[in-house]
Ligand binder design. Structure first.
Ligand code: ARG
Length: 461
């Protein structure tokens, strides 16, 4: 049997393989709510414009509501022979209503319909992600406030560099996530135009009101060019690009969690709730959630580059290639949501080993810069010379196998005779972090203020 939605000029139905490669209902049934909302808005507009009767529009709306509850109750039978969500819904509507159902597709095509549905879906998903990322920022900011003064080593090249505080480190991620939310919001603002009414590609001769449908679906305005409306998928790409960047941020933190919780390092403890055991080694507490956050970016970046390849070189307007826009995006956006939730869970439960952090912060001559700064500030040495003098003192301490503050004043003076005992005041890690008061610096009072600023901002929503 040929397809009852478009089979007029066909004598036979499709080959089984044709049906298999062509059908999208397996994955696009997820768009049912958006598809029904779009159809209801379209039908109401057609009636308001006198293109269909008010009574037909009413029947269509009721029928669509019935279908919505059938799908949500799990009693709807999706048919692969009907290809996609659009035709599954419309075919069921025809069964329910008879002739009036056939009027719904006036002045539209599946091309503008799917573009509208997908924009609505991505918009909803971006809104949910925004809330979830804000929750992760909340967890990080609370932990940062609690640990505004918890000294830990700061690293460059993963080598101990200068002491920082754990709170400061956590707030670095709050900043990144703030930009991630901004990128997602930007994508949302650009995607919020309604393609419905662009029809197949050229617009329609019916006197439709695209502004009305756009408004009733919560869009800012209709899209301005019918060809662009049905062939654009950059809204998905932009969202996936923003999602990839956000995921990348999460993987950096995940990697730090993996390193810091290693027994070799031991700066951090995860809760039982976010670790797993080994079936053979009873002592193990594996950071699986962090490892999976680290790994799952592949799906998101993969979906982005996959769709970029689908769209590359595709001539205007719609081509069936574009049906490949959905599976990867669904998976990627769902994956990011899971990564964010798992990271928030880990953060809320994590406990730093404060003593170990402090000890690690003091090893590796992390206050050498403080010594150099003291030479500049107190003795008036040019920084380059102070750097050199400090290097000699570090070499001395390293030769003896002791920390900087364990050297005697005489030993210090062998490198620079004008050094006084006052220098020992800047060599502790606590003094070091307390002195970093420049805006954005790691001094606990700065960190406290920044954490509070974020908590206030997050409370505003
Ligand atoms: N399932 C299709 C998709 O996702 C809907 C649009 C079909 N349009 C068409 N002209 N065949 O792209």
């Amino acid at each position: 049997m040929s397809n009852k939605m478009w089979g007029g000029r066909f004598e036979t139905g499709p080959d089984a393989i044709m049906e298999e490669i062509n059908a999208s209902i397996g994955f696009d049934q997820r768009l049912y709510a958006q598809d029904i909302a779009g159809s209801k808005a379209h039908a109401a507009m057609l009636a308001a414009q006198g293109i269909i009767t008010a009574s037909d529009a009413e029947k269509i709306a009721e029928g669509l509501d019935t279908i919505l509850s059938e799908i949500e109750a799990g009693s709807f039978t999706f048919q692969r022979s009907l290809e996609d969500i659009h035709m599954n819904v419309e075919s069921r509507l025809a069964t329910l209503l008879g002739a009036p159902a056939g009027r719904l597709h006036t002045a539209r095509s599946r091309n503008d319909q799917v573009a509208t549905d997908f924009r609505l879906y991505v918009r909803d998903t971006v809104d949910t992600l925004d809330t979830q990322i804000a929750d992760l920022q909340q967890a990080l900011s609370e932990k940062a406030l609690e640990h505004a003064g918890t000294v830990m080593p700061g690293f460059t090249h993963l080598q101990t560099a200068q002491p920082v505080t754990f709170g400061h480190h956590l707030l670095a991620y709050v900043e990144m996530l703030g930009r991630d939310r901004g990128r997602l919001r930007d994508a949302r603002a650009r995607l919020n135009e309604c393609p419905l009414g662009a029809a197949a590609l050229a617009g329609t001769s019916f006197p439709i009101d695209r502004f009305a449908t756009a408004l009733s679906l919560g869009f800012d305005r209709p899209t301005a060019n019918s060809l662009d409306s049905v062939s654009d998928r950059d809204f998905v790409l932009e969202t996936l690009a923003a999602a990839s960047i956000c995921a990348m941020h999460l993987t950096r933190f995940a990697e730090e969690i993996v390193i810091w919780t290693s027994p070799l390092v031991g700066l951090l403890k995860l809760s039982d709730r976010f670790t797993t055991g080994s079936s053979i080694m009873p002592q193990k507490r594996n950071p699986d959630a962090a490892e999976l956050v680290r790994a799952k970016i592949g799906r998101i970046a993969g979906a982005f580059s996959g769709l970029l390849m689908v769209m590359k070189g595709l001539p205007l307007a719609y081509a069936k290639d574009m049906q490949e826009d959905k599976e990867g995006a669904f998976d990627a956006l769902g994956t990011l949501s899971l990564m964010v939730a798992a990271t928030a869970g880990m953060v809320r439960d994590m406990v730093p080993d404060e003593a170990k952090m402090k000890a690690a912060a003091g090893s590796g001559y992390s206050t050498a810069t403080d010594l150099a700064d003291w030479l500049v500030r107190v003795l008036g040495l040019p920084f380059r010379e102070a750097h050199h003098v400090t290097g000699r003192i570090v070499a001395l301490a390293s030769g003896k196998g002791v920390a900087l503050h364990k050297l005697s004043l005489e030993e210090m003076q062998s490198a620079e005779p004008r050094i006084t005992a006052e220098v020992f005041g800047v060599l502790s890690v606590s003094k070091s972090v307390a002195s970093r008061v420049s805006y954005g610096g790691t001094a606990p009072k700065n960190v406290r203020a920044q954490a509070k600023r974020w908590l206030k901002r997050l409370a505003k929503g």
